[in-house]
Write a new protein. Structure first.
Length: 219
């Protein structure tokens, strides 16, 4: 279902942490980048629709009002593209360094947070077919599960409910399962929803993971 419709059914401050990656409103520039990128960086996947159809505008102010109403804390990826819609300043931005070297993709992605702590950086290779660990790509802006596991480890408390209003490929919710957290998410595109359900079910069958962070991941 549409996340705005779904969030309106959620009581105030009943979600502990929202982690989300909403559309940035840069569909046209994304299209141009994909047209210009060299073949060696391409990571083919079946496109469900044209990027302009789903990433053509930023969610409206009501979306951000609802997101803040239902949750105690928020982490919002891509907020550098729509910071004017978020009503609070923050000293704590998250930086995901993709370690991608010389290519047409952005070197980093940024997330606004509601936390009163310092800026933090996570390094994880993720560009085209070059990935620190293999993951099937099913969404044009899919992020690695490891990124969300790092976020949950550092910004959620045990038992916190995690919500992703735009869950797309389901990476955030897979991380919530793997880290042992209850979750809720919304996705209105049925094909993404079905593929994400498979990923979530597989994660549930595999069970909660140990602490991979002790094995050399850089934060």
């Amino acid at each position: 279902m549409d996340c705005l419709e779904g969030m309106q059914e959620i009581p105030d401050k009943s979600i502990d942490l929202v982690i989300t990656d909403p559309p940035y409103g840069i569909g046209e520039s994304t299209k141009k980048r994909e047209n210009n990128i060299t073949d060696k960086w391409k990571n083919p996947y079946k496109k469900i629709h044209n990027p302009l159809d789903w990433d053509n505008k930023v969610p409206n102010d009501t979306y951000f009002d609802e997101l803040i109403r239902i949750s105690k804390n928020q982490i919002i990826w891509g907020a550098n593209h729509f910071i004017s819609k978020i009503p609070f300043d923050s000293p704590c931005w998250l930086v995901w360094d993709k370690k991608n070297g010389a290519c047409d993709f952005a070197d980093c992605e940024l997330a606004w947070t509601s936390f009163d702590t310092a800026v933090r950086k996570f390094e994880y290779l993720w560009v085209g077919y070059r990935k620190e660990e293999p993951e099937e790509r099913i969404h044009p802006t899919q992020k690695p599960v490891k990124l969300f596991e790092w976020i949950i480890k550092n910004y959620a408390k045990e038992g916190d409910t995690i919500c992703d209003p735009f869950f797309g490929s389901g990476s955030c919710l897979v991380a919530a399962v793997r880290m042992g957290h209850p979750f809720i998410g919304f996705e209105k595109e049925s094909t993404y929803f079905e593929k994400a359900q498979i990923r979530i079910k597989n994660a549930q069958e595999q069970g909660k993971i140990g602490s991979w962070f002790e094995e050399g991941a850089t934060a």
